[in-house]
Design a protein around this ligand. Structure first.
Ligand SMILES: Nc1nc2c(ncn2[C@@H]2O[C@H](COP(=O)(O)OP(=O)(O)OP(=O)(O)O)[C@@H](O)[C@H]2O)c(=O)[nH]1
Ligand SMILES: [Mg+2]
Length: 276
């Protein structure tokens, strides 16, 4: 089909394929959430409503994109791991990053009122996205350890900082000065001796972030005449079992955990996450 004389401009659109057979790691991060959290009155240091809303948007993404095998979120960011063999959008980088960032953002806005019933959105939030390729399981393990260590460092600092301000009556400048040069054990000590806070007893959501994985649902399906599963969707809205190429895939649902993902236990229990 002959194009118009203008159609040559299409030739300037360059392909941006991602290397095959590599893990894709997509990280989304709230744009200027320092301001957004202020304007919407997020509680300090952690706002459970805001964190649960982030989890909800991440869950929507995992339910829409089966190639996402793991997600980890803290503060205003979420990381998504896509399996090595993912063929999503022919592995076109901009298509993947822009579509997933867009769905996450619209989901965040879509569910906003459920989590902030008394606080209408003042302006539309946005999230940036970046995609990095990693060649092996080692980098993926280290990536998630990096993010969860960041969660720990930030949360310990913020928890101690806001205890000094909110309960200790220090102004923010003074609280920063109090914490300057302190080690982890010093912050634990300040929390415990001055404010009777046992850091390890703080909600695991704040200390460990949110980890989203797929878990198999207990068998609830009945076989019809040709052996195909006819399970009803569960209450959680998880998809029913699907018969593919002669075998029935187990029904799964996305669950939110607040657990350690640095040590081996989490990964040993879920070898499918790093499988091809
Ligand atoms: N009060 C409160 N603030 C939060 C919470 N979660 C995230 N934030 C805010 O969001 C910011 C996230 O950090 P960054 O992503 O580094 O900062 P940013 O302002 O979003 O800037 P860019 O990402 O570079 O656009 C934090 O510094 C906090 O100000 C929360 O639970 N409570
Ligand atoms: Mg941000």
């Amino acid at each position: 089909m002959a194009g118009s004389k203008y159609a040559y401009v299409r030739n300037f659109e360059l392909p941006d394929p991602l290397l095959p057979g590599t893990f894709m790691l997509l990280r989304l991060d709230g744009h200027s959430f320092h301001r957004f959290s202020d304007e919407h009155g997020f509680t300090k240091p952690n706002d459970s409503r805001a964190l649960e809303l982030m989890d909800h948007a991440a869950k929507d993404l995992m339910e829409q994109y089966p190639d996402i095998v793991l997600a980890f979120g803290e503060s205003d960011e979420f990381s998504f791991l896509l399996r090595k063999s993912a063929a999503l959008y022919n592995r076109r980088q901009s298509k993947i990053v822009s579509t997933l960032a867009s769905l996450f953002t619209s989901s965040y806005v879509f569910h906003w009122a459920k989590y902030f019933p008394d606080c209408p959105l003042k302006y539309p939030p946005s999230f940036d996205g970046r995609l990095v390729l990693y060649p092996s399981a080692r980098e993926i393990r280290d990536y998630f350890s990096w993010r969860q260590t960041d969660t720990h460092i930030n949360n310990l600092y913020n928890t101690t900082f806001w205890a000094l301000v909110q309960q200790g009556g220090q102004n923010t400048t003074y609280a920063h000065a109090t914490l300057k040069g302190t080690f982890s054990k010093d912050k634990h000590e300040i929390l415990f001796s001055r404010f009777q806070i046992n850091y390890n007893a703080i909600d695991a959501r704040f200390r460990k972030g949110s980890t989203l994985v797929r878990e198999e649902l207990p068998e609830k399906t009945t076989a019809n005449d040709d052996g195909a599963a006819t399970g009803e969707p569960s209450d959680s809205g998880a998809p029913a079992a699907v018969k593919m190429r002669g075998r029935t895939k187990p029904r799964t649902q996305v669950v939110v955990l607040h657990c350690d993902i640095i040590k081996d236990d989490f990964w040993d229990a879920r070898p499918e996450i790093l499988a091809d």
